[in-house]
Design a protein around this ligand. Structure first.
Ligand SMILES: Cc1ncc(COP(=O)(O)O)c(C=O)c1O
Length: 476
């Protein structure tokens, strides 16, 4: 092992894992042979033993070695066998594909929430008691399920699209015939389709800062250049879009103007009108990503950009994730027929169209009188949870916290004073059974945190914030 390890930006344990793998590949350590003990290798390489443990864990996860309690680390016979040169380097393949992985911290948060019982102030979805389980169970007992389980129409199930067309008129003041709607696997797939079909590597796009973290790798995988539109308490400043366009010829702008993820802000009406004017003057398409407008605590309808769009510059995306259930994976996109058909053709290539089961259920639920009752209850419950989170934070942090108080959505954004480390705070918080999302994952400056109040139960929120406050005191 040589001194090249320290010059790379890769963590040392990964570099060590790769070197060991190379030595196995070259035959230096044959199938079934023992690798050096953790202690001796740590000494040889002048690193902590924990670094070697991490390197061996990594190799074990890749199936390259087997670790036996008390007897050491052995090169796997299964994977290397006798014909070792035929084993593909899976790790290398996973690291060099063109589609980017999520940031390591996002993967860590997801793993924590999937594998441990934590109070979840991180996942952008509803808690089980906010999902309309009873209504859905009743609907599933119905005996009018369409018998033919063939591929669906490439735009999505016809009946669901008719229902969505009526739903958008009634609930969002948006006129859209079924032929201009494409049903997608959540809003996420709609964003992906737009990026893949309407943009090409090198194109400049404008996004909010901070903005929705799961769309960032999508943009970068597609080779797009992203330019930021800073947010204040009324959303983005449209004149900054005009400025960016002059400098970089912005091809498209991606906005989440209604109770934005992560800041919870609502773009003011004045700015909406100005934004639409700038978009029409310069021919810049707006992607309005709107999973949250129906969660307005006030019951006041939100004037979506699409409902104000006189010139046809807005593509509108929404989903049932934040208002019914994330697991249904029902989203949709509305736009000119040529665009919708182009996206549908791509979706067909990706997955041969959406499964009929969730489409049928979504169709039935949106048509049922339970939908309105559910939305009304959801709004009230989300407002109560948001208040609870707000007061718990104030109670624990007093003047050390600055909060943007949301008027809808499921997220609350705040900044905490002091010189604390985001990584440390997350680790300490997880140790105490609470998970949240540090602000830099959304592209924000240091010092901010996003808490989701829709996922945890109401009574868990004060408990979680008190434990979080304890973690904060150890993270300076
Ligand atoms: C702004 C925004 N867009 C899109 C999505 C994706 O949601 P889904 O694909 O579940 O509809 C989310 C989920 O967190 C979101 O917050």
């Amino acid at each position: 092992m040589d001194g090249k390890m320290t010059s790379s930006s890769k963590p040392i344990y990964k570099q060590i894992a790769e070197l060991i793998e190379q030595r196995i590949r070259s035959g230096e350590f044959g199938p079934g042979s023992f690798l050096p003990s953790e202690r001796s290798l740590a000494k040889e390489l002048h690193v902590n033993r924990s670094t070697i443990v991490a390197a061996y864990d990594e190799l074990q996860a890749a199936g390259v070695v087997l670790r036996k309690q008390g007897s050491g680390t052995v090169v796997s016979r299964d994977i290397w066998g006798l014909a070792r040169t035929r084993v593909p380097n899976w790790r290398h393949l996973t690291e060099t594909g063109s589609f980017r992985p999520n940031l390591p911290l996002i993967r860590k948060i997801r793993k924590e929430t999937q594998e441990h019982e934590l109070i979840d102030l991180a996942s952008g979805e509803l808690s089980p008691d906010l999902v309309p389980h009873e209504s859905i169970k009743q609907l599933m007992k119905a005996d009018d399920f369409p018998a033919h389980l063939g591929y669906e129409h490439s735009l999505g199930n016809w009946s669901l699209r008719e229902t969505l067309s009526r739903h958008m008129k009634t609930w969002r003041n948006i006129g859209a015939p079924p032929t201009s709607i494409l049903v997608t696997s959540g809003a996420q797939q709609a964003l992906h389709l737009v990026v893949q079909c309407l943009l090409k590597p090198g194109d400049a796009v404008a996004i909010e800062e901070p903005s929705y973290c799961y769309s960032l790798p999508l943009f970068h995988s597609a080779g797009l250049r992203t330019f930021s539109l800073p947010m204040d308490h009324e959303g983005i400043d449209p004149d900054q879009l005009a400025e960016l366009h002059r400098k970089h010829r912005i091809k498209m702008v991606f906005l989440n103007p209604n109770f934005q993820n992560p800041t919870g802000t609502l773009l003011s009406l004045e700015r909406r009108m100005r934004l639409l004017a700038i978009s029409a003057e310069n021919g810049i398409p707006i992607i309005e990503d709107d999973p949250y407008s129906l969660t307005a605590f006030s019951n006041e309808p939100v004037p979506t950009l699409k409902s104000l769009d006189k010139h046809g510059t807005v593509l509108y995306i929404s989903s049932l994730t934040k208002i019914v259930a994330s697991g249904l994976r029902i989203g949709w996109i509305v736009g000119p027929q040529t665009v919708i058909e182009r996206l549908a053709d791509a979706k067909q290539q990706f997955d041969f169209g959406h499964s009929i089961f969730p489409q049928w259920l979504a169709d039935r639920f949106l048509q049922s009188p339970d939908f309105a009752t559910h939305i009304s209850r959801l709004r009230t419950q989300l407002a109560i949870r948001s208040d609870q989170l707000f007061f718990s934070l104030q109670d624990q942090f007093q003047d050390q916290v600055k909060i943007i108080s949301p008027e809808g959505g499921i997220h609350l954004w705040c900044s905490l004073s002091g010189d604390w480390s985001e990584q440390r705070l997350l680790t300490e918080s997880v140790k105490r059974g609470v998970v949240f999302v540090p602000g830099h994952l959304f592209g924000a400056e240091k010092g901010c945190v996003r808490f989701t109040f829709g996922r945890a139960l109401l009574e868990q929120i004060p408990v979680a914030i008190s434990r979080f406050a304890e973690a904060y005191t150890t993270s300076g």
